[in-house]
Ligand binder design. Structure first.
Ligand SMILES: Nc1ncnc2c1ncn2[C@@H]1O[C@H](COP(=O)(O)OP(=O)(O)OP(=O)(O)O)[C@@H](O)[C@H]1O
Ligand SMILES: [Mg+2]
Length: 424
């Protein structure tokens, strides 16, 4: 409640808006820094103490560009890499070209160099490097460079949206969504947000043994007044890199929505979290259809029987009509090998519905039942179970990382070899 007149109110709010704007938080990205000297490592560390960096996860390593190249030959790249280089200008581009070969397309790179050379700066920026900062410098310059990249007006949203929907009730869409999010968080070490859109019956809270007082319902009932700060308050942390917007799972009201009621929420999530996993209920109404039409990636989870096949075909056709420019819808076959149940083979299933088969998961009542009853993920119940590899592989594919199995990664820095030729 405010005791100010509307006019005073407007005036009183003006400076607050400006302050909030000037200090917008950098999203929940992961940053890995490869430094050649301990001073630079300290500098990067101290930059992370800035309030704007409070949601960022940073790890600092030794070894400069070569250290980074060695690391990313075997490991997935984070959202942002900061590399220090002491190389002479003529060698920087070729070293960065080697880094480009092992970087994922969405990864950005900031270079900390010791050479103050405008031509070098321009060349590096043109070649795909996000920023070149000359050392020595203050922590503030590093913070500013990072926030310019991620929170400046017009900065591209960072979040990839991946929706999971069951072909038939109970096929396992939620279970697969939660375990895949867990796999992405642990293997890619990227922050994931699970949005449980099954407001009356959702199980994300149960599956992660969480009962937060707030969640997605508060956001959607806020009637478009939702903003970043509010969403941050409504999210709960389930594990390292795993955040939830839970469903209330109550029936004291009905949960009917307009077609675009979730649109603003999803857009705001995309500005703050790199991976957003949407657990979409098995329903066909205006808002589920609109959500399926707008996501980066849709995965249908189906059991290998006829009713699931028919529903998957209908869903895949509808999704294709809604988003004709996108590649084929993805499919996960779940609960395979249920004793004495006649089954349609996965390959046959996938080809008749024209979907890309991402993985197959066997029926295992003891394992999945224990996980569900304990409020744990499969990897927590049985870390060495093969099914964890399936979840991880689905996670790699839906985040566009499947190329990491030996093949070179598609890189945003691919223009670098040209620069190398020019300078050599
Ligand atoms: N591969 C599996 N083997 C055995 N049980 C499984 C498997 N996958 C999921 N389950 C179990 O099946 C039940 C339904 O799973 P889940 O809630 O994920 O399905 P859903 O399709 O999201 O359901 P709904 O239609 O209610 O949204 C849960 O009890 C879950 O533990
Ligand atoms: Mg579900």
């Amino acid at each position: 409640m405010s005791f100010l007149t509307p006019d005073q109110n407007a005036k009183a709010e003006e400076p607050a808006v400006e302050i909030a704007h000037g200090a917008r938080l950098v999203p929940r990205i992961t940053i890995q820094a490869f430094c050649e000297s301990s001073q630079t490592a300290q500098l990067v560390d101290s930059a992370m103490h800035d309030r704007r960096m409070s949601k960022v996860a940073l790890t600092t390593h030794n070894g400069g560009i070569d250290g980074a190249v060695e690391t990313y030959k075997a490991n997935p790249t984070p959202n942002l890499i900061i590399v220090e280089t002491m190389l002479p200008p003529t060698e920087i581009a070729s070293a960065l070209a080697r880094l480009a070969e092992v970087c994922d397309a969405s990864t950005r790179v900031i270079v900390l160099g010791h050479v103050n050379d405008v031509l070098l700066y321009r060349d590096l920026i043109r070649s795909g490097i996000s920023e070149y900062i000359v050392l020595p410098t203050g922590a503030q310059d590093i913070v500013t460079a990072i926030s310019d990249l991620y929170v400046a007006e017009g900065a591209a949203p960072i979040g990839r949206t991946i929706g999971f929907v069951s072909a038939k009730g109970g096929a396992g869409g939620s279970t697969v969504a939660h375990n895949v999010a867990w796999a992405i968080a642990t293997s890619l070490r990227q922050d994931c947000l699970i949005v449980d859109m099954d407001l009356p019956f959702g199980t994300a809270g149960l599956n992660f043994n969480q009962d937060p007082p707030h969640g997605l319902a508060d956001a959607v009932l806020a009637n478009q007044k939702v903003d970043q700060t509010m969403l941050d308050r409504l999210m709960s942390k389930a594990a390292n890199h795993v955040n939830l917007l839970t469903a209330p799972a109550t029936l004291d009201r009905t949960w009917d929505f307009e077609e675009r009621d979730f649109e603003a929420i999803i857009e705001i999530c995309q500005k703050s979290v790199p991976v957003i996993v949407l657990d979409i209920p098995h329903a066909w109404n205006a808002w589920t259809r609109q959500t399926l039409a707008s996501l980066d990636e849709v995965v249908i989870v189906a059991e290998p029987d006829l009713a699931n096949l028919r529903n998957t075909k209908n869903l895949a056709d509808a999704i294709k009509a809604l988003r004709p420019a996108e590649s084929a819808t993805s499919l996960v076959i779940n609960k395979q090998g249920l004793a004495r149940r006649p089954e349609i083979s996965s390959a046959e299933f996938a080809s008749s519905v024209e979907c890309r088969l991402l993985g197959q998961i066997g029926f295992d009542a003891a394992l999945f039942g224990t996980a569900a009853n304990n409020g744990q993920m499969i990897a927590e119940v049985s870390a060495n179970n093969k099914v964890n590899e399936v979840f991880a592989s689905i996670g790699m594919q839906v985040t566009g990382r499947q190329a990491s199995h030996g093949a070179s990664k598609p890189s945003s820095l691919l223009k670098l070899p040209t620069l190398f030729k020019k300078r050599a």
